[in-house]
Design a protein around this ligand. Structure first.
Ligand SMILES: Cc1cc2nc3c(=O)[nH]c(=O)nc-3n(C[C@H](O)[C@H](O)[C@H](O)COP(=O)(O)OP(=O)(O)OC[C@H]3O[C@@H](n4cnc5c(N)ncnc54)[C@H](O)[C@@H]3O)c2cc1C
Length: 457
């Protein structure tokens, strides 16, 4: 066997990359290929923040391949057609690909397999590239997937991890395989100002500093909004510039309660992936219906606009929504609060919020976003579907000194003490001096509406 193609998708790295390793083991030469999928662009799933991060990742992958004597072949168009074309031009026997969980990715994989086989070539799909445990490998007795996290986590923790693979030393790419110019950040408009940089090198540097300085206090610090003490590795996991298998191995090696808590979060990621793999419709429909008659975007237009703009009058909600717009990223505690506020306090359809997150999040991910939104809306896997987070109580608990709010809501930066979380309690001239909206909803009324809608009262 002479040539193999490796089709990169959301696994944009050279370290711990099973498809690349298998291709190199089986062939003298390899074509590392990325196809910018026209269908994904057409669905609007590809937002500017993610396109920018992707461009960084592709350039970095290309640079890493150059260091090893190779290069990245970049094409745009219909994926199956492009892969078949490249495989034909290189006279490749095999194509290697990472397994994925969305309905779209799996249908594309089936089409690719059939098209390659019709040309006498084989498709190899590798699991444990984008997850630590393969979706579908762990199941309870009477179902095809786990619907509750705790028993899943128990099984996941006992599941043996494969070994971490070293990055290849050399990659030899056959001559004569044309590539389009790699995309860059230029020409992308609407990028978040504080958007992180993408790429495997960036991801590995962040991982090294996280393991050195951050992970030990993760168990105690991960909910401290002002402390910003989580790993911020989510975009690297989303684009696969870091391997989940490697992360679990290295965190376990680091050891201690911080590392254990961090590994548990990585298991949440696998958990949502195995739910989506088993129930692809959960990307857009209730996983467990509670028979909600949500307010639609049209019905709740002013509320939704205030929520998106960070102008709800609830400082912690507004701080979080402004962080999202500014960085294309938001802290997990803040994601839970803003999602609970939209779906439960304002009683707006979770899909409206999930869409807005996907429009901005650099780590925006079908499995993690839609299923976390559903978890918060109570239509997903939360075993307490009717819990409602109170933005004032959450603020006092997770931003006790108001540092996070002052960072993102400058109008409130000058307020002393508890007023920063409850500016509506200011009186007279003090209130008039603060250019900040009154709350768009009364929390007790919002709660009562939700409880009525769910038939709880
Ligand atoms: C409404 C809502 C929407 C979300 N949308 C996304 C999304 O689109 N993409 C995304 O990657 N995460 C999403 N999350 C999960 C979580 O908020 C982010 O993964 C996390 O904030 C990323 O920051 P970090 O890398 O510093 O996380 P850390 O706390 O350092 O955790 C490490 C890694 O574990 C995984 N992880 C952590 N928390 C969760 C979780 N609740 N569910 C699944 N995986 C988790 C992530 O891959 C994360 O990078 C969402 C959560 C909520 C409540």
């Amino acid at each position: 066997m002479n040539v193999s193609v490796v089709l990169f998708t959301s696994d944009l790295r050279l370290h711990d990359h099973p498809p690349l390793r298998a291709a190199l083991d089986g062939a003298r030469q390899v074509v590392p290929l990325f196809v910018r999928d026209r269908a994904v662009l057409d669905t609007g799933f590809a937002c500017p923040n993610r396109l920018a991060f992707l461009a960084d990742c592709l350039r970095d992958l290309d640079a890493g391949l150059h260091d090893r004597g190779g290069r990245l072949v970049f094409r745009s168009g219909e994926v199956v057609e492009q892969v078949c074309r490249v495989a034909g031009a290189a006279d490749a026997d095999e194509v290697h690909l990472a397994a994925d969980v969305s309905a779209y990715a799996r249908a594309r994989e089936d089409r690719l397999r059939r098209a390659l086989e019709a040309d006498g070539r084989r498709l190899h799909v590798h699991d444990t590239v984008t997850t630590a445990a393969p979706p579908g490998a762990l199941t309870p007795a009477a179902s095809d997937h786990f619907a509750v996290f705790t028993p899943y986590f128990r099984r996941w923790s006992d599941h043996p991890l494969r070994k971490v693979l070293a990055a290849p030393r050399t990659v030899r790419v056959p001559d004569g395989i044309g590539s389009e110019e790699l995309p860059g950040r230029e020409g992308l408009s609407g990028l978040s100002e504080g958007l992180a940089r993408g790429g495997e090198r960036e991801g590995r540097a962040r991982l090294a500093s996280w393991l050195r300085d951050g992970i030990t206090s993760y168990d105690t610090g991960h909910d401290d909004l002002a402390g910003d003490a989580t790993s911020r590795l989510s975009p690297h996991l989303h684009f696969g510039t870091l391997s989940p298998v490697e992360l679990v191995h290295r965190a376990r090696k680091a050891g201690g309660p911080g590392a254990e808590a961090f590994v548990r979060q990585l298991a949440w990621r696998d958990f949502h992936r195995q739910v989506l793999a088993a129930r692809p419709a959960a990307g857009g429909a209730d996983y467990r219906t509670r028979h909600d008659s949500w307010r639609s975007e049209a019905e709740a237009r002013e509320d939704v606009e205030a929520w998106r703009a960070g102008q709800t009058g609830y400082p912690l909600v507004d701080a979080a929504m402004r962080q999202l717009r500014h960085e294309g990223w938001m802290h997990n505690r803040a994601r839970m609060l803003t999602a609970s506020f939209l779906t439960k306090t304002l009683y707006v359809d979770w899909r409206v919020g999930a869409r807005h997150f996907l429009d901005l999040l650099v780590d925006g991910d079908l499995a993690n976003n839609q299923l976390n939104w559903q978890w918060t809306a109570g239509t997903g896997t939360d075993t307490r579907p009717n819990r409602v987070l109170n933005p004032v109580a959450q603020a006092k608990r997770y931003d006790p000194d108001g540092v996070y709010v002052r960072r993102w809501v400058p109008e409130l930066a000058g307020l002393e003490g508890p007023f920063v979380h409850e500016p509506w309690r200011l009186r007279g001239l003090d209130r008039a001096a603060v250019d900040y909206p009154d709350p768009i909803v009364d929390l007790a009324e919002g709660l009562a509406r939700f409880r009525r809608a769910r038939g709880l009262d």
